[in-house]
Ligand binder design. Structure first.
Ligand SMILES: O=C(O)CCC(=O)C(=O)O
Length: 296
């Protein structure tokens, strides 16, 4: 049995964040925490990611786990995402379920928390794709918006290599449309105002740091203009009482497993009318292809 499926291993929640940090997250919709990962876990994550990256070199087409750019070759790999790495190496389970990241997620969710999905995003050197402005919750709407994603950089994440960028307070302005005239864009670029742009914050991080963002905070990232790959492990958590309305964009056998606290006995329903994403039950092509399709 996989470790994460054994409910007896659910760790008791140990509070890691101060009230001031939690209040800052509530206010801005994101929170950077420096020096949180111990060197051992970080080294294991980096080594496992390198192994998975190298294993992906020989692929000639995308798979359930690997999203490739069309120019991908073994000699010049162009892997842009590995979905559900928790199914490929237990270190990703350890980080998501058994490390202090689970405690931080529970601090920010404010109660029992479950795992929803995870991915490793690679931003390729010199031109790795920009990720358009979006909110996560409208891409996978749940009965309430209490979702938090933790981004764990595996190498330095800077403005020059396309670090995550967030708009403070945007999570308090409600969901935005990720469709435009019947076409699913997976971005809300059309909703962006000069005020939004004036408030953008670069979430620059070093390995060992993390940034947490709320399911409604508007975020994105620019092209990588550096010579180095930007690599980030992202874990999506949800409140136990938030139930998904739509098919998962990234599925795994770990989806909806508890991380801290007890499973919910009731769903908490927050919103009235909810814009739905396309039906992803027949497959999700990925954020990059969906976002590029709209540029054609
Ligand atoms: O990797 C990034 O820069 C942004 C990631 C993100 O927002 C996403 O994958 O939904």
């Amino acid at each position: 049995m996989n470790r994460a499926n054994d409910l007896s291993r659910i760790r008791p929640h140990q509070k890691k964040l101060s009230e001031a940090q939690i209040a800052a997250y509530r206010e801005t919709g994101f929170l950077t925490v420096h020096h949180v990962l111990d060197g051992g876990l970080l080294e294991r994550l980096v080594a496992a990611t390198q192994r998975l990256y190298d294993e992906g070199r020989v692929l000639t087409e995308k798979t359930r786990h690997y999203d490739l750019e069309s120019a991908h070759t073994a000699q010049a790999p162009r892997i842009r995402r590995i979905s559900s790495p928790t199914e490929l190496d237990d270190v990703f389970v350890d980080a998501a379920f058994n490390s202090l990241l689970g405690d931080i997620a529970a601090d920010l969710i404010g109660g029992p928390v479950k795992f929803y999905h995870s991915k490793i995003n690679f931003k390729l050197p010199q031109g790795g794709a920009e990720i358009g402005w979006h909110q996560d919750w409208p891409v996978f709407p749940h009965t309430n918006t209490n979702l938090v994603a933790l981004s764990v950089p595996l190498n330095p994440s800077r403005a020059v290599n396309g670090c995550l960028q967030s708009i403070p307070g945007s999570h308090r302005q409600g969901p935005r449309s990720h469709w435009d005239q019947g076409v699913y864009k997976l971005n809300c670029n059309a909703s962006m105002t000069p005020d939004d742009f004036s408030r953008v914050v670069d979430n620059e991080l070093d390995p060992g740091d993390i940034v947490a963002h709320h399911g409604l905070v508007v975020h994105g990232s620019s092209q990588n203009r550096s010579d180095d790959l930007r690599t980030t492990y992202i874990i999506q958590y949800a409140a136990a009482d938030a139930l998904a309305y739509s098919a998962p964009v990234i599925d795994s056998r770990h989806r909806n497993l508890m991380v801290r606290g007890e499973p919910a006995t009731h769903a908490r329903v927050e919103a009235g009318v909810i814009e739905l994403p396309p039906d992803f039950s027949a497959g999700y092509s990925g954020i990059y292809s969906l976002q590029t399709a709209d540029k054609k």
